[in-house]
Design a protein around this ligand. Sequence first.
Ligand code: GDP
Ligand code: CA
Length: 311
Amino acid sequence: MNVCVLSGGVGGAKFVRGMVDAVEPSSVTVIGNVGDDLEVLGLHVSPDLDSILYALAGVNDEARGWGRTDESWNALESVAELGGEAWFQLGDRDLGLHLVRAELLREGLPLSAVTARLAARLGIRARILPATDDRLRTFVATGAGELSFQDWFVRRGHRDEVNGVRFEGAETARAAPGVTDALRDADLIVIAPSNPYVSIGPVLAVQEIREALTGRRVPCVAVSPLIGGRSVKGPADRMLSRLQGGTDPIQVTQCYLDLIDALVIDEADADGAAPVEEVGVRVIVARTLMSDSDARRRLAEAALEATAALR
Ligand code: GDP
Ligand code: CA
């Protein structure tokens, strides 16, 4: 059973962690978002790929919700003291990874090869692929003008309402090596409970990936990132309200129309199932709060069971 998961950062990473507990880890391929990537302090940071790496290596900080466990902030304090760019939170251990990545990229390795090397060193058996090795960057249109993703998300704390998103470089970006093969060889494609606009949007903006999904011969199941119409964390609910007109399961479905065969929604949203079924998407109701490892695995299993029902 080969499973291919499209994922953003923290929400997606939690889900992927459940998936590798539910199936043989080496049969899981994760296609991660790179629209959030940024250059800071001369280093290439891939926040979403790193969340996946840390979660699968079991070194993510569950209490803080992002970054590495057992983290310290000495380097960043020094950066601030010296008047360097210190708005993007980079812990000491995290910086170690960025240093290694920067060095390998400088040697000319593509991001996909660098990510594979980091994953291997962390003992990860699932395959983690960036959606693309090419430069792809998310920008959001707000009342304060167009902002780069991290400017909006981190520097301004995603307080600006979003009127639209744009993925710079998407028109020419090729899928990273292995991505279209993984989608073609998958028995199941899953869209993780990630932000549809700024985490999954940039992945689907890569033409080859979108085409692989529209031309799929196997089921594709999305897991809703909303519980009771609210995001567990982050701006997905506000974005859905503003850009899609609501936060019911049908609005999540509309983000993925023609791309999914089933949607896993939370028990708290079961009332909103009918309109989704009406557009030909099967609804699976589950408990979707990934509060611990059992809950994560059960949610992955719910997505797997959806496939069985679709066959
Ligand atoms: P980011 O790139 O770090 O912002 O992470 P993602 O886009 O992958 O995940 C963010 C989304 O995950 C948010 O919309 C959250 O609502 C959702 N999320 C986080 N934890 C959970 C959970 O336990 N269950 C569900 N269903 N969604 C979650
Ligand atoms: Ca992200």
